[in-house]
Design a protein around this ligand. Structure first.
Ligand SMILES: [Zn+2]
Length: 206
């Protein structure tokens, strides 16, 4: 792309997040939003965001603004609040489509972050948090079928006693219903016998 060309791209989470966090949309020229972080294992350095107080240069009203600077700061606050909320609750989040069992409720055993389900070539759980938020290498990928099979097995094992309970509970309820129907029928029979006896006496008297 040449400078100034319009470039259409898919609205991925990271693209939208990048736009929301980009001060240029509030008309500001900013320099020094990130620092380079050198991984210990000798890989090439990655960019990590710096807090807004540590940005080196901020020149407001430099570009035509889409949003006011106050709105920009408000949006930043909301995003960081959302993140804090997420870290506090580690909520399940909105249920999404997909066949994996642990979608939205799998947590990484290594770094403790939420894993997401990916259906790219094969189904897998991915811990991408450190990469997408801190520019570190992705933490781990786990193939889903074996995990899901183990979860299903554990679920059924846990369910078995409950299932037996539910069955005996249903039996009891059924027996009570039968009892009620039976005693109702018996009462009716009793009444009919009485009516018959009465009719017999009346007939004989006549
Ligand atoms: Zn992880």
């Amino acid at each position: 792309n040449r400078h100034g060309d319009l470039h259409w791209a898919r609205a991925t989470t990271s693209a939208v997040a990048a736009i929301l966090k980009n001060p240029a949309y509030a008309g500001a020229f900013v320099y020094g939003r990130t620092r380079l972080r050198k991984p210990l294992d000798g890989r090439s350095p990655t960019k990590a965001p710096k807090p807004i107080e540590q940005w080196r240069i901020i020149v407001k009203d430099r570009y035509p603004a889409y949003i006011a600077w106050q709105s920009y700061e408000k949006i930043r606050d909301i995003i960081s609040d959302n993140r804090a909320e997420y870290m506090r609750n580690k909520t399940r989040g909105a249920p999404r489509e997909g066949e994996l069992l642990l979608q939205g409720i799998a947590w990484c055993g290594r770094c403790g972050h939420k894993m997401y389900a990916r259906y790219k070539r094969r189904a897998e759980y991915v811990c991408n948090h450190l990469r997408s938020h801190q520019g570190l290498p992705a933490c781990q990928y786990i193939r889903a079928p074996r995990v899901d099979a183990a979860v299903a097995q554990a679920f059924l094992t846990a369910l078995a006693p409950a299932e037996i309970d539910a069955l005996s509970c249903a039996r009891r309820a059924q027996q009570q219903t039968y009892k009620a129907i039976r005693s109702n029928a018996e009462q009716q029979l009793e009444r009919r016998r009485y009516e018959a006896a009465l009719a017999e006496r009346q007939f004989n008297r006549v």
